[in-house]
Design a protein around this ligand. Sequence first.
Ligand SMILES: Cc1ncc(COP(=O)(O)O)c(C=O)c1O
Length: 412
Amino acid sequence: MLKRTVRKYSTKLLPLYGRPANVFTHGQGCYLVDKNEKKFLDFTAGIAVNALGHGDLQIAEIIHDQAKKLIHLSNLYHNEYAEGLAEMMVDSLQGTSLNDSQVFFCNSGTEANEGAFKFARKYARTVYPNEPTRFKIVSFKNAFHGRTLAALSATPNKKYQTPFFPLMQGFYTLDFNNVDSLSEIDKDVCAVIVEPIQGEGGINIATDEFMTALRERCDETGALLIFDEIQCGMGRTGKLFGFQNYNVEPDLLTMAKPMANGLPLGAVVVGNRVAKTISPGDHGTTFGGSPLATRVGQHVWKRISDPNFLSNVSKIGEFLYQECANLAKVSPLIQSVRGKGLMVGFTLRENVPTSMFVDLCLERGVLVVSAGNNTIRLVPPLIMTEEEIKKGIVVFERVLTIMEGRIASGKK
Ligand SMILES: Cc1ncc(COP(=O)(O)O)c(C=O)c1O
């Protein structure tokens, strides 16, 4: 078994991650290459970030050209690329409740959610000035919204939260996909945040019924509805926005991971009624929306929002799902398969360690990442081909067989 170590390569990095010994130096398309020139087929895409794969020459050229001109400007001045990207994003939202929205750019998913919470609280303070207790924020079990204190307070995972108690006040958790629990959203709630498809939590797909009931309950009580599409947005499900898989629309939308294919860029899309309550100085960022990140962001947006690109994601995603469902038929170690587009997960049976699967795949040149509930998460670049998927599936099948043998003989 591979040894995961936090100290093998560098003792100067804070030991927050258990990493394998490989040191990756470059990549091309859906492959990463390590220092020993070993190639790895990448089903992680930097955790749903490198949507257009690695080493994309168009992106490299844009970065090169823009780096020569202007990398950073601060938000003290206009920057044509941030303005342009915001316009492209809002244009893509025509025909939805966010058709008249405005955009705040930041650098990460957790920052996008922090921004959304602040905007929601400002909205409540402004629109309900006589309701000082309307500041609660509701999230759902198995959600992941980030690591900064407010985002962490909305991420009900004991392992992540407990070392950092006390968390921020005013955060509450309800059951995901449980319509009955929604009656607990009351007039003290200023916002509810939900991932239409939970990523870190184990590829858990919200039901239509739940999303519809959630929107209705928010409308009844006056709570704002925030969709966290940091992992499931921007083409990952075969739709530009994850919520387009439902008949429900949000008041605020948070995005990040693939927006600049790996350069830090996040965004909060703020619906008009909320945007109207935000004034200069309410929030800010030094780096957010830099000319470099947003110019790349425009390029990525254009390519991913192309209907042909999106329909290919749906087609390839369906293929990946079917291949995993076929694996589940032959392997007793797989309990269930879930997914939409190129966001697919399979849950291993209880007591079957996902780390064994991840490590054995790595040894055989395939990168996968686990997620909550004993799940293997497949979030490859959105440009992955059927051929590449088939190569990965051959390895998965082999690894499952090896695991069966090891588990039967009591070796872990
Ligand atoms: C749904 C969701 N929200 C928020 C975050 C936090 O994003 P970041 O790691 O960029 O802060 C993540 C990261 O995995 C995520 O998947």
